[in-house]
Design a protein around this ligand. Structure first.
Ligand code: PLP
Length: 317
């Protein structure tokens, strides 16, 4: 595809070797690395910057003037889209679940500073948010619809590049582990590697039926990128969501504490903390072996830690 991304993600992000953390969770020293996509260069960092480099370019190339997207009230994707829009001269409309009661917290503070127009749906969970985004974009002058999480084949091209970056930085033939929400990070990585076996994603419960979505999206992305269609099928680990998307689990809290104390890395309570909790569990059961290198993708999301919902809970012993 002939689409020149608009560069603002600051890639390559660091690949951090985490020996003390590896030891603390029962892996060998030299076996665990963090790919620091929490350190992408805009809006406080996070995985969505890579997708937005392509999505903003596509929007501008197609003559659009306003990005229209949506998500949870505390969506990291919306925060980063709002900032990417402002930086590239586009407007931003975001459809958010819930209602705007109380003082803005976490990501909403940055959505407001970036100047996004926020439209609240009033209900806590809506399965049809993608439809609302499409309808809102159609009703917006120059609107460009970005579905939940920016997980279109165009957005996923950002993670095809990330896969190449991971292999360039090494270690060789790593198993890449990360949180999957809308599936785009997973699909892009797999499309880049050409092999589902290179990636294990921990589901955080953001959407239903994530596995078939990732399979389709990975194939479409590979075709768009001019890569081979990936072999195998998606590896998605279930069982770490708790009572639902964003639920507080002990494994998540422990994982956040371990990553901060042993590697200095800030994980979040909804995505990366949950996924690292899954990784800690697999390591404890000996299911990650002792010789295959593991690259955990830290995907950002730290503003959510400081919201009323999580701030007290996350620091409890
Ligand atoms: C911090 C964080 N990590 C991981 C993800 C999951 O990425 P994807 O939606 O591409 O599966 C998200 C998605 O919003 C996120 O905000």
């Amino acid at each position: 595809m002939d689409l020149e991304p608009i560069r603002f993600a600051g890639a390559p992000t660091p690949m951090q070797r985490c020996d003390d953390l590896a030891e603390a969770i029962g892996l060998e020293r030299g076996q665990l690395y963090f790919k620091r996509d929490d350190l992408t260069a805009i809006a406080g960092g996070g995985n969505k910057a890579r997708k937005l480099e392509y999505l903003c370019a596509d929007a501008i190339g197609s003559g659009a003037t306003t990005l229209v997207t949506g998500g949870a009230a505390q969506s990291n994707h919306v925060r980063m889209t709002a900032v990417a829009a402002a930086m590239t001269g586009l407007g931003c409309v975001a459809v958010l679940r819930g209602d705007p009661s109380g003082a803005p917290q976490g990501n909403l503070v940055l959505d407001n500073i970036a100047g996004a127009e926020l439209v609240f749906t009033g209900d806590a969970y809506s399965d049809d948010l993608d439809d609302v985004i499409v309808d809102t974009a159609a009703a917006t002058d120059g609107g460009y619809a970005i579905p939940l999480g920016g997980s279109t084949p165009v957005g996923c091209l950002g993670y095809v590049e990330a896969a190449d970056e991971i292999d360039d930085q090494g270690p060789a033939d790593s198993l890449v582990v990360h949180a999957t929400g809308s599936g785009g990070t997973h699909a892009g990585l797999v499309a880049g590697f050409g092999d589902h076996a290179r990636v294990t994603a921990v589901d955080v419960g953001a959407v239903r039926e994530i596995t078939p979505k990732v399979a389709n999206l990975a194939s479409q992305t590979a075709v768009l990128a001019g890569r081979r269609v990936p072999v195998g099928s998606p590896n998605v680990i279930e069982g770490f969501v708790g009572d639902g998307y964003g639920a507080k689990t002990d494994a998540t809290r422990t994982a956040i504490s371990l990553a901060l104390r042993h590697a200095g890395v800030v994980l979040d309570p909804v995505y990366s903390g949950k996924a690292f909790g899954g990784l800690v569990h697999l390591a404890g059961e000996g299911r990650l072996g002792s010789d295959r290198p593991i690259v955990f993708v830290a995907t950002g999301g730290s503003p959510v830690l400081f919201t009323e919902r999580y701030a007290t809970w996350v620091g409890k012993r």
